[in-house]
Design a binder for this molecule. Structure first.
Ligand SMILES: [Zn+2]
Length: 113
């Protein structure tokens, strides 16, 4: 389950931010997860609960923002929505697609106390 190491990365980021900005507690985390990132939202929630235990974000609410996948269709010469990494163009059905968005996961916002 690679969500565990991703969740650890998120906690690391939160702790770094806490040191820099000198806040003592995180009460909510908004996490953007791209539709094409391969991250399972349910697994992520579970791992987040585990890795935040006894830390600065213990008990913090995790809000998931799903960002849509997008790709560049070489046939249509334009950006189209994509629901899977090796998907096809919803307009022309071509597989000559290049993924352009929705592959990343990042912390968008923290609510601190
Ligand atoms: Zn197309």
């Amino acid at each position: 389950m690679h969500e565990m190491s991703l969740a650890e990365g998120v906690v690391q980021l939160i702790e770094d931010a806490a040191r820099e900005q000198a806040f003592g507690k995180v009460t909510a985390v908004w996490l953007e997860i791209g539709q094409l990132s391969g991250v399972e939202v349910e697994a992520m929630k579970f791992c987040f609960d585990v890795v935040t235990r006894d830390g600065i974000a213990d008990g913090a609410r995790l809000e998931i923002i799903a960002t849509p996948g997008t790709g560049w269709c070489m046939q249509c010469s334009r950006t189209v929505p994509m629901s899977e990494v090796f998907g096809e163009c919803p307009d022309c059905g071509s597989h000559q697609m290049q993924v352009t968005g929705g592959t990343e996961m990042r912390v968008k916002e923290l609510e601190v106390a």
